[in-house]
Design a protein around this ligand. Structure first.
Ligand SMILES: Nc1nc2c(ncn2[C@@H]2O[C@H](COP(=O)(O)OP(=O)(O)OP(=O)(O)O)[C@@H](O)[C@H]2O)c(=O)[nH]1
Ligand SMILES: [Mg+2]
Length: 607
């Protein structure tokens, strides 16, 4: 059977996973009675909940006698390194572009990568059903983008389809026919090259890694030469040709719709998953025992952001989760690193702590969220940007390209706030409908926690997109959080009356009835210093009950601290305490005297 390998790439939310749904349905990959959820490829819990793709996944279908392997990729910038590797595994790419939004930073990133590896992408303008769709203008923007990225003549001559993944059609014109995905299937079969294969014994490059509870490690990749069978003896080489392990493939899995099935043999050109190799990972070559040259593989992106994961040692530790010991946390993190190549886990210099480095706040936030659901308790430090040094010893920091779409009236405050955060405005242009598009180069350091502020400043109307740009010279000091916090000075249960009394000190972060402890953060101070407060003090009871009116105090709703918000909010001397049930903020040092002493010591160091 003839074969095609194609990846779907786009900016976040432009409709990749929805498109795969329709392709699977219309190719008859689902059984008649099979019940399938929307965005079926987003199969893990967090993906479903957040409506985003986190891991690349392969599926496969048959169209008029051609088997098409399709790789759905994540659009979010934190997972960009993944997309780059995927593009080395396929022979074609479908670039989806939202007909209203047009090309966005991640579109530029993925198209740039696709062009660089020599693919001739197909462009699909999606969501033409949107009332604000502007397909013709968007095609021009895509063309300009390809040109700006130095596309070759052949690449610039890209085929274009228009359609709606949601409604299940693609056509040569935005007006239809609005019937089926057939035009896209035909285009993939005709435009995407046959898989390039080489002669020789088995060689296959590991591209996606997954830890499976039954089969152990599963490595997915494309077979460059030879064939692979269950029980075959193989060797694993790293990028430099060192032998990592020798062993046997226990299972060869081919993709069939949403399922994977064991096969007796897979040949060069095909994308399959193999089990049975406990050490093999992404960018390793799985090959016949007599092969000595590894396949060329791209090195892993270096992590840009790190956090310290510690045991939870607050007075409430162990009351809500059952996985609290540092050994259990350590084992869990090491296991995560096995299946997640973008994470780097190392021992921290602190006691009972591990250093977890990754590509962004979202990626690390997702890991914490997953662990908390499994019953873990943790205390997590503020994310730290990872610096590098150039050849001359100059300090470098990660710089991101930030695109913000905002109503014109709010653009002033955005520019002001971002320049305070040491960002550089590089472009400003109207983007239609009274909105402007602002493009900045901003240090990652300055962007931590900015999302929330941006939404407040623009009344929730701004849309921000970020993408790693490069390591650049350190931009100097950036002012952190301005407000101090309100800290509980006692342990017990918070009382409405006490919270009400504190309202003019600043907004609260807790509700009445919350358990608090000494050193826990209960609110934000309106001033720049920290303040210890008592949230336990009830109203003096007298034996004459007054009318119930003045007892039922009316509280301003507290600030809701989600995990992501909390991580962005805390300072270096604070922790986020994470348990399956709660997110609490606390001072690292719970004892006020110890905090004073620490303060004095730091003061002394400064002079
Ligand atoms: N109006 C309209 N909405 C669409 C269309 N295709 C997808 N959507 C919606 O766009 C949203 C995002 O769709 P997804 O398929 O998850 O997008 P994605 O590109 O896979 O997103 P990531 O994997 O997170 O990058 C969903 O709410 C879809 O229902 C379309 O053709 N028209
Ligand atoms: Mg998706």
């Amino acid at each position: 059977m003839s074969l095609r390998n194609v990846a779907i790439i786009a900016h976040v939310d432009h409709g990749k996973t929805t498109l795969v749904d329709r392709l699977l349905q219309q190719s008859g990959a689902f059984r008649e009675n099979q019940r399938v959820q929307e965005r079926a490829m987003d199969s893990n819990d967090l993906e479903r909940e957040r409506g985003i793709t986190i891991l690349s996944k392969v599926t496969s279908l048959v169209w008029h006698g051609t088997r098409i392997n399709i790789v759905d990729t994540p659009g979010h910038a934190d997972f960009g390194g993944e997309v780059e590797r995927i593009l080395n595994m396929v022979d074609g790419a479908i670039v989806l572009v939202d007909a209203a939004e047009g090309p966005m930073p991640q579109t530029k990133f993925v198209v740039g990568k696709a062009l660089k590896v020599g693919l001739r992408p197909i462009v699909a303008i999606n969501k033409v059903d949107r009332s604000d769709a502007r397909p013709t203008a968007v095609v021009n923007e895509v063309f300009d983008l390809f040109a700006a990225l130095d596309a070759s003549e052949a690449q610039l001559d890209f085929p274009i389809l228009y359609g709606s993944a949601k409604q299940g059609w693609m056509a040569a014109s935005a007006d239809g026919p609005k019937e089926t995905m057939a035009p896209l299937f035909d285009l993939v079969a005709n435009h995407v090259a046959r898989p390039a294969v080489e002669d020789g014994p088995l060689r296959m490059l590991g591209t996606i890694l997954e830890a499976n509870p039954y089969l152990g490690r599963i490595v997915t990749g494309r077979i460059t030469s030879g064939a692979v069978r269950p029980n075959q003896a193989v060797k694993v080489l790293d990028r430099d040709g060192n032998v990592i392990e020798e062993g046997r493939v226990t299972k060869v899995l081919a993709f069939r719709g949403l399922e994977r099935t064991g096969v007796d043999e897979a040949e060069a050109g095909d994308i399959v998953a193999v089990a049975g190799l406990p050490e093999a990972t992404v960018s390793h070559t799985i090959c016949a025992p007599d092969v000595t040259e590894p396949l060329p593989a791209q090195p892993m992106d270096p992590p840009t952001l790190a956090m310290t994961f510690r045991i939870n040692d607050s007075p409430l530790a162990g009351t809500e989760g059952d996985k609290v010991q540092s050994r259990v946390i350590r084992e869990r993190l090491l296991r995560e690193a096995e299946g997640n190549v973008a994470l780097r886990i190392s021992e921290s210099s602190e006691k009972d702590a591990m250093e977890v480095a990754g590509r962004g706040e979202l990626q690390l936030g997702i890991l914490i969220e997953t662990m908390r659901r499994e019953g873990f308790e943790l205390s997590v430090s503020r994310p730290k940007v990872l610096f590098q040094r150039d050849a001359f010893g100059q300090l470098l920091e990660p710089i991101e390209e930030v695109v913000i779409d905002v109503d014109e009236e709010h653009s002033g405050i955005v520019v002001q706030k971002l320049s305070e955060r040491k960002a550089e405005l590089i472009e400003m242009r109207p983007s239609g409908g009274g909105r402007v598009r602002l493009v900045f180069y901003a240090p990652t350091r300055g962007l931590i926690g900015y999302q929330g502020e941006l939404l407040t400043d623009t009344r929730g109307t701004a849309v921000m997109n970020r993408l790693f740009h490069a390591y650049g010279p350190h931009k100097g000091e950036i002012q952190g959080r301005r407000n101090g916090v309100l800290i509980s000075n006692e342990a017990g249960m918070a009382v409405a009356y006490a919270l009400w009394n504190l309202e003019d000190r600043g907004p609260m972060m807790i509700d009445p009835g919350w358990k608090v402890y000494r050193g826990m953060i209960v609110g934000e101070h309106t001033r720049d210093n920290d303040l210890e407060v008592n949230v336990l003090k009830g109203k003096k009871l007298t034996n004459i009950r007054t009318h119930s009116k003045d007892e039922a105090v009316r509280l301003t709703p507290p600030i809701q601290m989600t995990l992501e918000k909390a991580l962005a909010y805390i300072n270096d001397d604070e922790f986020v305490e994470v348990t399956p049930k709660s997110i609490r903020l606390r001072k690292k040092l719970l004892d006020p005297h110890e905090r004073k002493r620490d303060e004095r010591r730091k003061e002394a160091e400064r002079v």
